[in-house]
Design a protein around this ligand. Structure first.
Ligand code: HAM
Length: 419
């Protein structure tokens, strides 16, 4: 029978790597707390309609990347979440989360997109997402960007640059879109099949085409910036003032439109040149229309999400590998009745906050001591029939040149605390 393997594009995180994940997660949790964000947890599975309406029918995600199926029992179309913003807004509407004011929320977990797997691009990947709901001003857009900058600093990741764009209001984009389509139609002969298709479904996505010929056509197209009204420009100016205040560098990328349709005004991406083609470690922006689009009371909102695999790859490439935590003690036992004693001593020490590995799997004294040594523990606690009779435990330092001692069983924890 062929051996079973993980599904393509879905990865195991093995114990040697998981230490870095845990350290990353602990730092992110501290950082989120410092900015006053509160955790929200939504299901991995939602009605497909949620993503179709939120992300947009003519996006890559909805057109070809969703893991969707029909639940025959309940006659429902369901989808494994490809991102977290839609679920967050759905939950905020469903539970009237904004009834007593705006909310700052974060979520974490796996997302699913049926993309072509390659380094940095997976079919199951993990995000931290941050959403600020009910805030209309550019101050919260700036807060999010400043938050990201602070996290990269804290993680010691210096080489991540910020790209920013203002994509205006839906009305401004509609006017621009009409002129852009006219321009694209005029140059149809130089468009590839994808751009030709996009021209009518989602023409703004042709702006970030990677094909040099399409890029040339786009370069001579009218610019979205020329279609922005006073309010849109004022919002963006407000954001830029705050970024200047906290000395955050950025470049304006007029072709940055993002791959999800719910954005307006501010959009941004953080990109690392050290990750090759999949260099975007974080992306987000404002989505003031999404509450109403999903049937809720209109509410302004803005947010971003970062890709854990990509950030952790940067940390790993920088040689950041936390040492695995070592146990304080390894408990070795041999002889009639010693197992029960070893069990009780181990539990007692753990209840006092010490980390204790108890030998398991049998074997003689010598073999057990070998395991104690390779466990990295500071001490071996030895319980033989002698110790059992005397109500004592032998304590053998494994990492220091000190003699073995005998300690009364009820004094072992205290002896550790004193050492
Ligand atoms: P997104 O740009 O689709 O935005 O994803 C955010 C981040 O998730 C990306 O910058 C990337 O680091 C990571 N990512 C995306 N797809 C993959 C993949 N296939 N493999 C590995 N990493 C990936 C969103 O998801 C929006 N919900 C962000 C947002 C929140 N906007 C407003 N609020």
């Amino acid at each position: 029978m062929p051996t079973l393997q993980a599904v393509r594009g879905m990865n195991d995180v093995l114990p040697d790597e998981a230490g870095l994940w845990l350290e990353f997660e602990a730092r992110v949790h501290g950082w989120l707390g410092r900015y006053g964000y509160r955790n929200i947890r939504t299901p991995l599975v939602e009605h497909s309609q949620l993503f179709r309406r939120a992300i947009g029918e003519a996006t890559d995600i909805v057109e070809k990347e969703m893991y969707s199926w029909r639940d025959e029992l309940n006659e429902e179309e369901l989808t494994l979440r490809p991102e977290g913003t839609a679920s967050c807004v759905r939950a905020a509407i469903e539970h009237s989360l904004l009834h007593d004011g705006p909310k700052r929320l974060w979520y974490a977990g796996p997302m699913y997109r049926h993309e072509r797997p390659q380094k940095g691009r997976y079919r199951q990947f993990h995000q931290y997402g941050v959403e600020a709901m009910g805030f209309p001003g550019p101050d919260v857009d700036a807060e999010h960007i400043a938050m990201c900058a602070a996290l990269w600093r804290e993680l010691g990741l210096a080489n991540i640059r910020l790209e920013l764009n203002n994509i205006g209001s839906p009305e401004e984009r509609a006017r621009y879109r009409a002129d852009l389509v006219r321009h694209l139609e005029k140059h149809q002969d130089r468009l590839d099949a994808d751009a030709k298709r996009r021209m009518h479904t989602n023409p703004l996505r042709t702006l970030d085409s990677k094909n040099p010929m399409v890029q040339e056509v786009v370069a001579s197209a009218p610019s979205l910036a020329g279609y922005l009204g006073e309010d849109s420009r004022a919002h963006f100016d407000g954001l830029k003032r705050l970024l200047a205040e906290c000395k955050i560098d950025y470049s304006i990328n007029p072709r940055l439109v993002r791959g999800l349709d719910y954005y307006n005004l501010t959009v941004f991406e953080w990109i690392s040149p050290d990750l090759g083609a999949q260099g975007t470690v974080c992306g987000g922006g404002r989505y003031d229309g999404l509450f109403a689009q999903l049937g809720g009371k209109p509410a302004p909102a803005t947010g971003f999400a970062m890709g854990n695999e990509r950030l952790i790859a940067l940390l790993s490439d920088a040689g950041r590998k936390p040492a695995p935590p070592l146990p304080h003690a390894y408990v070795v036992y041999q002889g009639e009745g010693t197992l029960e004693c070893a069990f009780a001593v181990s539990e007692e020490l753990r209840s006092r906050g010490l980390s204790v590995l108890m030998h398991a799997g049998g074997g003689g004294f010598k073999a057990q001591m070998k395991r104690a040594d390779s466990s990295g523990a500071q001490y071996a606690l030895i319980i033989g029939e002698d110790e059992l009779k005397a109500g004592e435990v032998s304590v053998k330092p494994l990492r220091a040149d000190r003699p073995q001692t005998r300690v009364r069983r009820d004094r072992v924890a205290a002896a550790f605390e004193e050492s």
